[in-house]
Each structure stands twice: as C-alpha cells, then as structure tokens.
Write a protein that binds this ligand. Structure first.
Ligand SMILES: [Fe+2]
Ligand SMILES: [Fe+2]
Length: 219
C-alpha cells in the first residue's frame, strides 16, 4: 500500500504544498504549509492509533492530513473540494486502490467548516486534527500592531493538545491561551464553528467532545 513516507519523498507534492501556502501567504493568512500539514498528519496518526484504527486506516488518515490543504493553490474559498479532486488524480497516478482513495478524497473535501459534513470516521479524524492546530508559530506577521484576529488568536495559543481517552470515550481539546495577547472571546469569535464541527466529529467516532481553556472546562 502507498504510504505517507512515499508521498513525502515526492517533489511534485512538496512543490504543491509550498505553492498552496504561498498563495495564502500573499493573502495574509497564517501558515498552511509543510509545518501545518505535517502537524495535522501526525495528529491524524495519533488520534487514529488511540482509536485502534487498522494500520491501513492509520495510513489513510495520515495521508489525508498531509494532502488536505493542497487545494489552496487554486483559491481559498473552495480549497477543500479542489484539493480532493487534485488528491484523487495524484493518488490514482500512484496506483492506490480505489477504496483507499475514496476515503481520502471524502475526508479532504469535507475538512472545511464552511462546506464540510462529518460523514465518516476518516473525515472526523481529519477535522479534529486540522481544527486543533492553532499555535503561535503559524503567525507570519512580525509586528503585533498589524495582527488581524486570526494572528492574534494563533499568537496567543501557547499550547494546543488533543487527548483521546478510550476508557471513558472522551476526546479533549486542551488549550493554553495567553490572555495578554488575545482574550477568550476572540478565540470563540473565529473558532466557534470549528469547535462545533469537532464536537460532531467526536460524536461520529463514538466519543464525547470536551474543551478546556486555561484549566477551565468550558464544555
Ligand atoms: Fe483547509
Ligand atoms: Fe488545514
């Protein structure tokens, strides 16, 4: 079976990830490049392992995490759909089996909170992995006076961790936010929709979602 390691060695995919990120950089977005997709991919792997996915399914969600933002090379608005069509073609060219391809492209097509639906366990894992990757190092703007709300919130997040507790069927998103840089309301202004999607995704995985910010359990 095609593995994440095979795709990591592919120079064309590396270029695609860089160009997609470059497009967003020109629009003033936070980092969506190699750092982000590697982080999302490893979060996908960690979640899937904790949920006892099969080795094949662990590889599938790791690949979905790695490729999930390539569609940004065509524009932000429909990047999830564009990315899924592009991933279909890429994986087909590498002779991946059709069942695995469909799981990956469905997950990519549905990872965005504006158009996505949590339809299966693969899209559920990708959503939790992607929406939880909020951190200071994704901010590109150097001058804090020029931060927009996304920069402010990402900058303020010192730590963002997903914890899967199989015994009690819970998935926790634990955040440490520096309230000097951003207040918790800023966080909710841009993340409410994403958190609701995480809640739905967690339910699809047969678990209950919890959110903890600075040691306060908010949900
Ligand atoms: Fe995305
Ligand atoms: Fe993303």
């Amino acid at each position: 079976m095609l593995t994440l390691e095979d795709l990591r060695k592919d120079k064309d995919i590396e270029m695609l990830i860089q160009r997609a990120d470059h497009y967003l950089e020109n629009l003033g977005f936070t980092d969506h490049g190699t750092d982000h997709v590697e982080e999302v991919s490893s979060r996908c792997r960690m979640i899937a392992e904790k949920l006892n996915f099969t080795p094949e399914d662990i590889e599938i969600v790791s690949i979905a995490g790695y490729l999930h933002d390539i569609g940004n090379v065509t524009g932000r608005k429909h990047h999830s759909i564009a990315g899924s069509v592009m991933a279909f073609q890429l994986l087909r060219e590498k002779y991946m089996d059709m069942e695995s391809i469909t799981k990956i492209v469905t997950a990519i097509a549905n990872h965005d909170e504006y158009a996505g639906e949590v339809t299966d366990i693969y899209s559920a894992v990708l959503i939790i992995a992607d929406k939880s990757d909020v951190r200071q190092t994704r901010v590109r703007v150097k001058d804090a006076n020029e931060f927009d709300i996304h920069d402010r919130v990402n900058y303020a997040v010192r730590h963002s961790e997903v914890i899967v507790i199989e015994a009690t069927k819970e998935i926790w998103l634990n955040l440490s936010i520096d309230t000097q840089s951003s207040n918790v309301m800023d966080y909710f202004e841009i993340f409410l929709k994403r958190m609701l999607m995480c809640k739905e995704a967690t339910k699809k995985l047969g678990h209950v979602f919890h959110l903890k910010i600075n040691d306060s359990v908010l949900y």
